[in-house]
Design a protein around this ligand. Structure first.
Ligand code: GDP
Length: 694
């Protein structure tokens, strides 16, 4: 179903043109000749643009709320929520942060935006505006009631009046949310709000070295018993308790998931446990895992596993790890290495203790008293609950009935469960939870943000979808992106995944790259190895926004597809000199745009209509291809090129046109000095600037 734009415009007292402009401002993709809007968009636009609708909308939300509750939530939650919301029907949609905004709770800070009018300040604090104006005057500021004051001024006045205020978090830019820029979302103005949070652990390492077994052992031995009777559900993460402290484990072993998430800008791991089998030692995926963790700048704890086996040789493993930059503490280095057995359980307790130790050193903190920001770990369609997702809270507290947006998915949390399947109402930082009530399944790595109401959630998800569509249309080219970032001075380190045919060439290229000295940009090889390019190499480059450089090796089709999907540039070389030269050029910004000539077609000059002092007008026939206005032309007389010019204007009969196709006649205005003659052939071409991709 759809609604007419003219009718919507009428309802809003706008012209259709004004309405379309506003719809675009709201972030919707709308064609200039569109006549209708689908029902959902129409509803959103109407509620967004009409003030009067606000109240009705709240009533609608309240109704949905009742229905959802009666049907789906356990009785306890219903009772509690009703108690909380009793008597404030119109505030049902408000998030905890907004609740704090309400004036007058003693000892509670009132949230004030970066800029506020005296009137709004008076309303929020409940203080007479005249008194505020008086206080401002005492501080040398002459203000009227509509005057805007900044937060610092408001803080001084508040201090004088004995009120506690706090700066309201600025809304995160849509682009940041889209790009999953967690830094922007997690920013805290006041460090005093931060408290310690549990660490989030990823287990990585070579296949069959015992990652799953270690995760299973820890879970069974340490998981906190719940009313639900132990673990009933696999949600992709779980928590254990050690010495009264919680630890969150991501239950998808291996670095693939970890890196895929990083590639989407998410940060869902604080500490990596690197599992190395004591009987096998360091293997290719061990090295990959080390490099992934290093590039993500997270600490590594090594679990030397399978020490119960006859051939176990932990000391040999330590030696091999030292070759890859991980020096054990008892070898004079800094990396904690714990010998363990996932079969007998030996050393596992020690491993957990070490995790707590590193957590303390890392000083992991978050602010539980704010709206939650979380990262999607996994998601799927459940036959009873619809789209569901597991998220881990980065900061804040996630609450049941919070309105949320995650990428292009949005919703209201109708059900929230912990890893054991127990219904919970609040989830503090670092907790993994399963949530239901979503419009569709989000992608792992999407960032969850709490917004004030369902309408905003829908709007944001829509805006993100439009952004995504536009970006897909434009097609990002990783090479161009890197060049642009070098040019703007934003790129400080060019990250390279280097793969070569032999160990010898790997060493030679690594050395040669090491010698390139650029003032602005450093080169960092984040991972290197011998052999074909695999998907993991591509994902790694994608996660670090770097390049894959390959020497004398193939790019298998699967890796090629991944590179296209992830928009990673893969540079392949057969000659070392060319490889080094291109990297040098790239760094020094020498990849100037190339001028490319595009041949458009040929025209024959039939008649000279006019020949003045400055211009001539000639009649031509397009014999091949097409002619475009403002294109360039080579004059061909017989076999010889006798001149060149730019087309001044192009006409078909009497009408000025932008192009004329093969078989048609046209009139063109050209400079007199080009001296075209009847019978000449004009070769039409245009020049385009093309950024040189590598
Ligand atoms: P993953 O691929 O790293 O997840 O490895 P798994 O956890 O699936 O383990 C691979 C194999 O090694 C399985 O057969 C495990 O039973 C075995 N394994 C894992 N840990 C140990 C250990 O500490 N001692 C012994 N003897 N075998 C182990």
């Amino acid at each position: 179903m759809s609604q007419k734009i003219t009718e919507i415009a009428e309802k809003l007292n706008l012209t259709t043109k004004e309405l379309k402009e506003k719809i675009i401002q709201l972030g919707f993709d709308i064609k200039s000749n569109a006549r209708t809007l689908d029902d959902e968009t129409a509803e959103l636009v109407l509620s967004e643009l009409s003030e009067e609708d606000e109240e009705n909308n709240d009533k609608g939300a309240a109704k949905i709320y009742e229905e959802i509750y009666d049907k789906e939530l356990d009785k306890e939650i219903i009772k509690k929520q009703r108690k909380q919301t009793a008597g404030k029907t119109s505030e049902k949609d408000k998030s905890p942060q907004q609740e704090e905004e309400k004036p007058q709770s003693p000892n509670k800070s009132i949230l004030i935006p970066t800029v506020i009018s005296v009137k709004e300040f008076a309303e929020k604090t409940g203080i007479n505006p005249a008194k505020i104006i008086g206080e401002l005057m005492k501080n040398g500021i002459l203000a009227n009631i509509n005057q805007q004051i900044d937060y610092d001024t408001a803080a001084i006045i508040a201090g004088d009046l004995g009120i506690k205020i706090k700066k309201k978090r600025d809304e995160v830019a849509l682009e940041d949310l889209f790009a999953g820029d967690l830094q922007a979302l997690l920013k805290e103005d006041d460090k005093n709000d931060l408290v310690a949070r549990p660490p989030i652990i990823s287990v990585m390492g070579h296949v069959d070295h015992g990652k799953t077994k270690i995760l299973d052992y820890i879970r069974h031995a340490n998981v906190i018993d719940t009313e639900a009777g132990g673990i009933t559900q696999h949600i992709g993460a779980y928590q254990v308790e050690k010495e009264g402290k919680k630890i969150t484990f991501l239950d998808t072993p291996g670095h693939a998931a970890f890196t895929a998430m990083r590639a989407r800008g998410a940060k869902a791991t604080d500490i990596a446990i690197l599992v190395v089998a004591a009987d096998e030692g360091v293997k290719p995926q061990t090295i990959e895992a080390i490099n992934h963790a290093k590039d993500a700048n997270i600490p590594i704890i090594v679990a030397i596993n399978k020490i119960d086996k006859a051939g176990a040789n932990p000391e040999k493993v330590k030696g091999e790890l030292a070759e890859h930059g991980l020096q054990a503490e008892d070898w004079g280095g800094k990396t904690i290495m714990v010998p363990v057995s996932a079969i007998t359980g030996e050393g596992i307790d020690k491993l957990l203790e070490m995790i707590l130790l590193v957590t303390e050193m890392e000083n992991l903190k978050a602010n539980p008293n704010r709206d939650a920001v979380a990262t999607v770990i996994e998601s799927h369609l459940d036959k009873n609950l619809g789209p569901i997702a597991t998220v881990i809270i980065n900061t804040g507290t996630l609450r049941i009935m919070d309105n949320i947006v995650m990428g292009t998915s949005y919703g209201r949390i109708k059900i929230m469960k912990d890893y054991s399947g127990k219904n919970i109402k609040t989830a503090p930082p670092s907790t993994p939870v399963l949530i239901a009530g979503l419009s569709k399944t989000p992608q792992s790595g999407d960032i969850l943000q709490v917004v004030k109401d369902e309408k905003t959630a829908r709007l944001r998800a829509n805006q993100i979808e439009t952004l995504q569509k536009n970006m897909n249309k434009e097609g990002i080219n990783a090479g161009k992106d890197i060049i642009a970032r070098i040019a703007s001075g934003k790129l400080k380190t060019l990250k390279i995944v280097l793969k070569t045919d032999t160990k010898g060439s790997l060493e030679a290229i690594t050395q040669a790259l090491g010698k390139i000295k650029d003032k602005e940009v450093a080169i960092k090889i984040i991972h290197s190895g011998v052999g074909n390019i695999n998907e993991s190499d591509i994902i790694m480059a994608s996660a670090s926004r770097g390049l894959v450089v390959a020497f004398q090796i193939d790019l298998p089709s699967q890796a090629k597809k991944t590179a296209e999907r992830e928009q990673v540039e893969v540079l392949q070389y057969k000659i070392i000199y060319n490889l080094i030269d291109d990297i040098k050029k790239l760094l020094s910004g020498l990849l100037e745009p190339e001028i490319v000539k595009i041949e458009l077609g040929k025209v024959e000059v039939k008649k000279i209509f006019y020949s003045g002092k400055k211009d001539m007008i000639v009649g031509c026939k397009v014999t091949n291809g097409k002619i475009e206005n403002k294109a360039k032309a080579r004059i061909l007389r017989g076999e010889e090129i006798v001149g060149e010019f730019e087309i001044g204007s192009l006409k078909k009969v009497d009408e000025t046109v932008e192009e004329v196709k093969e078989g048609n006649e046209c009139g063109i205005k050209i400079p007199r000095k080009s001296d075209v003659q009847e019978g000449d052939i004009l070769e039409i071409y245009k020049e385009e600037q093309k950024i040189r991709t590598l």
